[in-house]
Design a protein around this ligand. Structure first.
Ligand SMILES: [Zn+2]
Length: 110
């Protein structure tokens, strides 16, 4: 399948840059420490596979992800995202506490 030419357009390049600038050139997943040279610009809602800019190609529908997180929630051909689109930081520190700041272990006990 030929790659969509939209991703070579000035419109996409400008949107990608604006997305990364808004997100501080970091993956938006809380706690993610992936180096910033592996950033991608992800559409939150899938854009139609056309070569021209669409209503989905706007800053409110994009986010900065690292390569690892982008792959983890990559859309399948069905349009569904892997892992239900859930973005978490995998792994744990040396003391065994999860890296994901939203992990239940980090919630204050009542
Ligand atoms: Zn990440």
């Amino acid at each position: 399948m030929a790659r969509n030419t939209y991703y070579r357009s000035p419109h996409w390049r400008a949107l990608k840059k604006a997305t990364h600038e808004r997100d501080g050139w970091r993956c938006i997943v809380p706690g993610c420490q992936t180096p910033t040279h592996r950033l991608t610009c992800d559409h939150i809602k899938r854009r139609p596979n056309v070569d021209h800019p669409t209503a989905y190609d706007v800053l409110s529908n994009t986010r900065t992800l690292c390569g690892n997180h982008d792959v983890r929630v990559k859309e399948l051909s069905s349009g569904k995202r892997r892992q239900g689109g859930r973005l978490i930081v995998m792994g744990a520190r040396e003391d065994g506490t999860p890296l994901d700041p939203n992990h239940p272990w980090h919630r204050p006990s009542t």
